[in-house]
Write a protein that binds this ligand. Structure first.
Ligand code: MD3
Ligand code: FE
Length: 224
């Protein structure tokens, strides 16, 4: 906790100590902020509904021809896409040719606050990838290398059903840590950890009181 910045927990100053976010360091420059998003959840969920109404979640196809088990959409200036011709960022939704929905200010504010809490000042995401997992959906070990630069951290928010996140090393065969991620948790991966392999084990059956039978993960990135 010694490298945590003062200040942003002030967002939670009116909360009881047991409701305050707990920070866990999971790597050299990576942190889990337990429950960090909960104070804003009533603003986050309706904003998410508006986005997926305009840019529906869809199962994209990998360059290898497999349909992803995760449904994806995006908001903000750039959205991550994949099809038979490769992985990349696009300024338009390939389903309708229109710009992705705007990033809601509550998303931008939350991502910036989480990054600052982990020691990364001035985080301005230009992309928010929305991943929806139903029970059984997973994400295999991979690295995120489609962004233009790796200097900015990646910030994620987990919503709904719990997930077991795999946090690996710099080659695929390195052993992974298993980190449970729960509704409201945020994670910040920066610096040296930015290019670590990572993935998500198949989501277990269950029903979340707010989200139902699904997990939704938002990842905020500087992609362009
Ligand atoms: C760790 N998503 O969309 S959180 C992805 O839960 C992705 O949906 C997962 O991996 C999910 O690419 C994991 C996000 C995440 C993103 C980038 C990372 C974790 C990372 C980069 C380095 C290390
Ligand atoms: Fe990833």
């Amino acid at each position: 906790m010694s490298t945590m910045q003062p200040g942003l927990f002030d967002l939670f100053a009116d909360h009881e100590p047991e409701q305050q976010p707990r920070a866990e360091q999971i790597g050299e420059q990576s942190w889990v902020l337990r429950g960090f998003a909960l104070p804003l959840i009533d603003q986050i969920l309706p904003a998410l509904d508006t986005i997926v109404a305009a840019a529906p979640l869809r199962h994209m196809v990998t360059p290898g021809g497999f349909s992803m088990s995760v449904g994806t959409s995006s908001c903000g200036p750039l959205g991550w896409i994949t099809d038979r011709s490769g992985y990349r960022y696009s300024s338009v939704d390939p389903l309708n040719g229109l710009p992705w929905p705007q990033m809601p200010s509550v998303f931008a504010k939350l991502a910036r606050a989480a990054a600052e809490q982990a020691g990364f000042a001035d985080f301005h995401a230009d992309s928010c990838l929305i991943n929806r997992y139903v029970p059984g959906a997973k994400m295999s070990l991979h690295q995120d290398k489609d962004e233009n630069a790796y200097t900015a951290p990646i910030v994620s928010l987990s919503l709904g059903l719990p997930a077991m996140f795999l946090f690996g090393g710099f080659s695929r065969s390195d052993r992974s840590q298993r980190i449970p991620l729960l509704h409201g948790d945020m994670v910040i991966w920066g610096g040296a950890d930015r290019l670590r392999f990572h993935g998500v084990l198949p989501i277990k059956q269950g029903r979340h009181p707010r989200l139902g039978e699904q997990r939704i993960n938002l990842t905020f990135r500087v992609a362009g």
